[in-house]
Design a protein around this ligand. Structure first.
Ligand SMILES: Nc1ncnc2c1ncn2[C@@H]1O[C@H](COP(=O)(O)OP(=O)(O)OP(=O)(O)O)[C@@H](O)[C@H]1O
Ligand SMILES: [Zn+2]
Ligand SMILES: [Zn+2]
Length: 806
């Protein structure tokens, strides 16, 4: 009986955001399963696109108006039933298209790409077309046609139906293979062959000897060529003569191949750690989908608790996901998991090449790895029988994707936890207010670690330096005299220091000292940032680049100067002030090359430097026992940003980075330089009192009607014409005011803080609400209504619980 398939096609638009039915040709009936990708015709003409099968129905007779599926792109489903359901959940909660959600769940190499061709439909076309352009062929590549001088004629011919465009779906997921040989004859037979072979054919003799030496196992050709002085033609001849077989074998690109991981054993937990683990075990064993919040001071051994909780689910033959923020997915972190669980660990992060990522993904899919360690998107790991999901540094904003689909990995983790009846463990030294408040209300279970795990390690002593005072006495505004002193004595004692330059809300720009002119981006309302390494001015929003000016474009003066401090500049200053210091600089510029991040950290770990100077990327996850001093050069650049989370973010960052000091036997010290020494976020970071910060911040959030007391949603409209963007936003607000309850608070419309980006104007509105059962419907109406204006260049985005307000 015939089958039809429901397919979600790769056309992210509202009209196509539903399954389309396709006939399954008989030749494919046996192959097709739900969750596979297929190639299907779409629209008129020869357009072929990729789609996902989300349903199969058996019919008595095949309706004859259905187009057939052209091709199957997978041998096995790439999305299982659970992940298909999760895509529905994501679509509903993030207001995005189903196809976008489905594609987000797969490694990027598996996303579709298309090749476009132009096909001749009419053979009686002028010769210059058939010969010069088509070279006598029936079809040419679109990219070639586009470059041709006859391109505009081609477009006319298309309008007349004389040529057509054909799309072909290609997938980039390449399986890497190696060729292996195996001997095909017994040793006695090989010996006979050897006797038959001419004496001076040394290569052949060598090959036969080799074959007689090896057993029945496979041997990689590459290795044979490299290590045995046997040439490729010889191997091919041996193959022809029937001495050996050659086969293709799949290999994984293993980014950790050159690492040796010495297996380590679980540490004996201290009382608090044990208590936390025991509570989790109850929930794991009873298959409860509880959410735990592990609030543990820096260095308290949260990671050891994660490791032992994961070990527990592995014992029960289950699997686990461990999420870590991208920037703390350092080799140090990965190593801790590899050491404990060996090859059972797959790692997914952006530092891997696309091919490596794909291979790690396939390892998971084939159940060859039961523990997945990765950044945000690892929440989509195709694991089955999940027993635990851990989210380390739960408060990190990077768990929320800031492009569509704007999902939060924590929400999806909790969804998957419910699906698998397993707990979710959120860990942090500085939980987000949302999570901590839920623990307060007993929605989450709170587990606490109040002391550092290493026996003698105490939380470090923190001192605040008022830079306003410092400026009055000192020449440099980068280093206070106290900080310099401490750096010096650290070097003398052969101890190490970490220096952080806070880049949030901060940039280096050029300004004319005569007229105050700041070089702006021509496309955006923002100043260009100076990049010393490439000697370019760059826009961080649209990517526009230009040369550093030497004269002011306005007053023609030559007093153009750089403002702000980049890590490079700090490094130079440091070298002048402390010539004896060996400094490692870690920022986007020095870590761009693959593996360089790892190398720099290894050097620091090997005591090859006294000072590690870096941006936020050094604040997290590092565990170097010889670090006794941490300096924060500018604690407060983020404090004045118009974002209600700026205090929270500052407190978290200061706590995290302070936590790098004194993790070993030696006591640690922290120096925080700030222009706002009396700000509560700074004072409480000094006191290392998260609970007090939580109470204080909760009061302010309550007064301001902010999360966690209110939910938030942000709507952003953009258009090349400023008045059209503004007009649309005002219409939306007027609609929402009528549609939502009295309790909902609407902020705006306002232009975004960078009102123009890449020649488009942005207007936003923030909705704050407590209980709005109608909101979801209202937002859908807005999206549907806006459809009509998309053709005129309007864009609209909805961001539920946005992480940034600027
Ligand atoms: N039970 C234990 N006994 C001895 N040492 C321990 C124990 N648990 C953890 N440690 C050690 O304490 C140090 C800090 O632990 P860990 O890195 O797990 O803390 P953390 O809470 O994850 O830290 P952070 O949040 O600051 O990154 C590590 O060197 C770890 O090996
Ligand atoms: Zn000027
Ligand atoms: Zn720009």
């Amino acid at each position: 009986m015939p089958f039809i398939a429901d397919v979600i096609v790769d056309v992210p638009a509202m009209q196509t955001d539903q399954p389309f039915s396709y006939a399954i040709p008989e030749s494919l009936t046996e192959l097709i399963e739900i969750g596979m990708r297929v190639e299907v015709p779409f629209g008129n003409g020869n357009r072929h696109i990729q789609g996902f099968i989300v349903g199969l129905t058996e019919l008595d007779i095949m309706p004859n108006d259905l187009k057939p599926i052209i091709n199957v792109l997978d041998l096995h489903p790439v999305l299982n039933e659970e992940l298909l359901e999760l895509a529905d959940e994501m679509k509903e909660t993030t207001y995005s298209f189903k196809i976008t959600c489905l594609q987000t769940m797969l490694p990027s190499v598996m996303r579709s790409s298309y090749k476009k061709y132009v096909t001749l439909l009419d053979n009686n076309l002028p010769e210059k077309i058939t010969d010069e352009l088509f070279l006598g062929l029936g079809e040419i590549e679109w990219d070639i046609a586009k470059e041709s001088p006859h391109f505009s004629e081609l477009l006319e011919l298309r309008r007349d139906g004389k040529v057509d465009i054909r799309y072909e779906v290609t997938t980039k997921n390449k399986v890497k293979t190696k060729r292996v040989i195996k001997k095909a004859l017994e040793n006695s037979e090989l010996l006979l062959e050897k006797e038959k072979t001419r004496k001076n054919a040394t290569q052949k003799h060598r090959l036969l000897d080799f074959l007689m030496e090896i057993d029945e196992s496979e041997f990689s050709i590459k290795e044979l060529l490299e290590t045995h002085d046997i040439t490729r033609p010889t191997i091919n001849e041996g193959h022809k003569s029937g001495w050996l077989t050659i086969e293709e074998r799949e290999v994984y690109r293993n980014p950790y191949a050159h690492h040796q991981f010495k297996k380590d054993t679980p540490l004996k937990l201290n009382e608090e750690q044990q208590l936390a683990l025991d509570k989790m075990k109850v929930s794991m064993d009873q298959e409860k989908s509880d959410v735990f919040l592990l609030e543990g001071v820096t260095g308290s051994g949260k990671t050891e608790v994660y490791l032992q909780a994961i070990a527990h689910v592995l014992e029960k033959n289950q699997t686990a996901i461990m999420l870590v923020p991208e920037i703390s997915l350092t080799p140090q972190t990965v190593t801790r998991f590899k050491k404990r669980f060996g090859d059972d660990v797959a790692v997914l992060h952006s530092g891997l090449s696309q091919g490596e990522k794909y291979d790690e993904w396939r390892k998971i899919e084939r159940k060859e790895a039961r523990v997945v360690v990765g950044a945000r998107s690892a929440i989509f790991a195709p694991l089955e029988n999940i027993g635990l999901i851990v989210i380390d540094e739960e408060h990190e904003g990077s768990y929320k994707q800031d492009e569509t689909p704007r999902y939060h990995a924590k929400d999806l983790a909790i969804w998957r936890g419910k699906y698998h009846h397993c707990p979710v463990l959120l860990g942090s030294a500085t939980p987000s207010l949302e999570a901590r408040a839920r623990a307060q209300k007993k929605v989450y279970q709170l587990l606490t670690l109040t002391e550092r795990a290493v026996s003698k390690a105490m939380l470090p002593q923190i001192d605040i330096i008022d830079m306003k005072e410092e400026m009055k006495q000192s020449l440099t505004t980068t280093f206070s005299s106290t900080l310099l002193e401490k750096l010096k004595s650290g070097i003398a004692k052969k101890e190490q220091s970490v220096l952080m330059l806070n880049r949030r809300g901060y940039s280096s720009f050029v300004m004319c000292r005569d007229c105050g002119y700041v070089l702006p981006c021509p496309n955006c309302d923002i100043s260009l940032t100076l990049h010393m390494d490439t000697k370019q001015m760059k826009c961080h929003y649209c990517g526009h680049e230009e040369r550093i000016p030497y004269r002011c474009p306005v007053c023609d003066g030559d007093k153009i100067r750089y403002y702000g401090t980049g890590t490079q500049k700090v490094e130079e200053e440091l070298k002048e002030l402390l010539p004896e210091a060996r400094v490692i600089r870690m920022d986007v510029d020095t870590t761009r090359r693959k593996g360089s991040h790892e190398k720099l950290l290894a050097q620091f770990g090997n005591q090859e430097a006294d000072i590690l100077l870096g941006t936020q990327m050094i604040a997290k996850g590092l565990d170097f026992p010889n670090v006794t001093l941490v300096g924060v050069l500018n604690a407060d650049t983020a404090l004045n940003l118009p974002d209600f989370r700026s205090s929270e973010k500052t407190f978290q960052l200061l706590t995290q980075v302070s936590g790098r000091a004194g993790r070993g036997e030696k006591a640690g010290e922290v120096i925080i330089q700030t222009f706002n020494p009396e700000h509560y976020a700074i004072e409480l970071a000094k006191a290392q009192d998260y609970e007090a910060f939580y109470q204080q911040e909760m009061r302010l959030r309550h007064q301001g009607n902010y999360p966690p007391f209110y939910f938030t949603a942000q709507l952003v409209v953009s258009h090349e014409e400023e008045h059209l963007a503004a007009k649309k936003m005002y219409e939306i607000v007027a609609f929402l005011k009528k549609y939502l309850s009295e309790g909902a608070i609407l902020l705006g419309p306002t232009p975004k803080s960078v009102a123009r980006i890449n020649k488009r104007y942005y207007y936003q509105t923030v909705i704050k609400y407590k209980n709005e059962p109608n909101l979801s419907n209202g937002l859908k109406i807005i999206l549907e209504e806006s459809q009509k204006e998309i053709r005129n260049g309007l864009r609209i985005t909805i961001d539920m619980e946005p992480q940034h307000f600027i």
